[in-house]
Write a protein that binds this ligand. Sequence first.
Ligand SMILES: Nc1nc2c(c(=O)[nH]1)N[C@H]1C(S)=C(S)[C@@H](COP(=O)(O)O)O[C@H]1N2
Ligand SMILES: [Mo]
Length: 246
Amino acid sequence: MKRRSFIAGTSALFLGACSKIADSKIGSSLLHAADDWHRKAHRALSARKALVREYSRADISPFFRGNGSIDVDTDEYRAHVANNFADWRLEVRGLVKNPMALSMDNIRQLPQRTQITRHDCVEGWSAIGEWTGPQLSIILNAAGLLESANFIVFRCADTLSGAQYYESVDLIDAMHPQSIVAHQLNGENLPVINGAPLRMRIEQQLGYKNPKYLTAIEAVASLDNIEGGKGGYWEDRAGYQWYGGI
Ligand SMILES: Nc1nc2c(c(=O)[nH]1)N[C@H]1C(S)=C(S)[C@@H](COP(=O)(O)O)O[C@H]1N2
Ligand SMILES: [Mo]
């Protein structure tokens, strides 16, 4: 039905060609195959746009452990901790119309989202926490993504075995309503072990896709020339899936 109304809106010539194809047996199976493909792609896309489960306050884990880097071993970071991250800046750069450097006050002044979600680490533990911060979509819309942007890369202040931690997502996950730049855990400023002062929450994906100690958000066309080219620290090293969906 849908296809008919779509075709009706196009030129008579196109309509003629299509109904001729539909008349032949092979033509009609081709059209149905296209329908199936479209239905599946649509279903996959809607699943990725759905909200993940949110929990209640009673479900919050008494302690949210720190994993991977639990501190940043630089004098610069220690100075930021000492002055409460007053000079921390989150850069928004790459394929954007308006590059920005946001202070913690800037971040706190944006509209906020609070969500209680479950974090799942591939190492076999989970924790439920309440995260607060602006939606990444608000920041990206303010920066104005250029047409050529396909991925968002997250840069971090810490190094693990001598290399910077980083991660990336496509624009579907970047624009997801639960993708937030969190500055609070359970109503308090982020503890250092959990990524102070800023960390991403990409709730549809596994723990390693939730980068801590966030210093920059970079819009890029391709991941090929970023670090090892596989889109993230663990993807480059340990063969973790780039799409770490739960
Ligand atoms: N910058 C940075 N982000 C990181 C990591 C890290 O080592 N460095 N570890 C990842 C992994 S594997 C997990 S499970 C979570 C752990 O988050 P938590 O320390 O708040 O528990 O952070 C992720 N983000
Ligand atoms: Mo993890």
